[in-house]
Design a protein around this ligand. Structure first.
Ligand code: GAR
Length: 206
C-alpha cells in the first residue's frame, strides 16, 4: 500500500497536531506521510512545534480575499498530492468550492476531518468547553466529524462523552478534553494507516 498523505491545518497551540505527528511517526514506516502543517496565523505556536518535530510547515496568512487565500492553500494540497486534511484547531471555515475541489481530487469522497470539543450539534464554534462549563452542564464531550462548509456541521464519525464532576475546575476539565481529543484523533489516523477507513488517493482531474 502506498503511504496516505496527510496535511494538518491548525491556528493555535497545536496539541492535536503534535499528537497526530507522534502517532504517524510511531506507525510502521511508510503507512502515513505528514506532508505539512499549515497555519493561517504567523504567531501560532503550532508552527514551531511542528518544525521541532521534523515536519514541514507553511504559513498562508489570512487575507481579506478568501478566494485567493484558498487558492494558495489548494495549490499546496495539489503540489503534495494530499489525500486527507486533518483540521486541528483551524479557526477558519472552508468554502463550498474549496471542499468541492478537494472531493474532485478524491473520487468525490469526503476526506477532510475535524475534531471539536463538544457533543455537536451542541456548542459549535469557539470556546466550546468554557461555554458548556459556565452553563453548568453535567456532561459534554468530543466529536470527530467530516467537514462541510458550515461551522462544525459535517457528518459525525465518532463522539465520546465527558462527564463533569461537581468539583472539577475548568482547567482540569479542559485537560481531560484534550486527552480524549488526542486519543480519538490519533486512533482515526491509525485506522486510515491500517486501511480501516477507505482512502481515495489524490488523482488529478482528467
Ligand atoms: C481543540 O480543543 C480543538 O478541538 C478546538 O480547538 C482546540 C485546538 O487545540 N477546535 C475547535 O474548537 C474547532 N471548532 P490545539 O491547538 O491544542 O490542538
Amino acid at each position: 500500500m502506498k503511504p496516505v498523505r496527510i496535511a494538518i491545518f491548525a491556528s493555535g497551540t497545536g496539541s492535536n497536531a503534535i499528537a497526530l505527528i507522534k502517532k504517524a511517526q510511531s506507525l510502521n514506516e511508510g503507512q502515513i506521510e505528514i506532508c505539512f502543517v499549515l497555519s493561517d496565523k504567523a504567531e501560532a505556536p503550532v508552527l514551531e512545534k511542528a518544525r521541532a518535530a521534523g515536519v514541514r510547515t507553511y504559513l498562508v496568512e489570512k487575507t481579506s480575499d478568501r478566494q485567493s487565500h484558498e487558492k494558495s492553500v489548494l495549490a499546496l494540497l495539489r503540489e503534495y498530492r494530499v489525500d486527507w486534511i486533518f483540521l486541528a484547531g483551524y479557526m477558519r471555515l472552508l468554502s463550498a468550492s474549496f471542499i468541492q475541489q478537494f472531493r474532485l481530487w478524491h473520487e468525490q469522497r469526503e476526506q477532510i476531518v475535524n475534531i471539536h470539543p463538544s457533543l455537536l450539534p451542541a456548542y459549535p464554534g469557539v470556546d466550546s468547553i468554557a461555554r458548556a462549563f459556565k452553563e453548568g452542564v453535567s456532561q459534554s464531550g468530543v466529536t470527530l466529524h467530516l467537514v462541510d462548509e458550515g461551522m462544525d456541521t459535517g457528518r459525525i464519525l465518532r463522539q465520546e462523552v465527558l462527564r463533569r464532576t461537581d468539583d472539577i475546575s475548568l482547567t482540569e476539565w479542559t485537560r481531560q478534553f484534550h486527552q480524549v481529543e488526542h486519543r480519538l484523533y490519533s486512533q482515526f489516523l491509525e485506522n486510515i494507516a491500517l486501511g480501516k477507513e477507505n482512502t481515495a488517493y489524490f488523482k488529478e482531474n482528467p
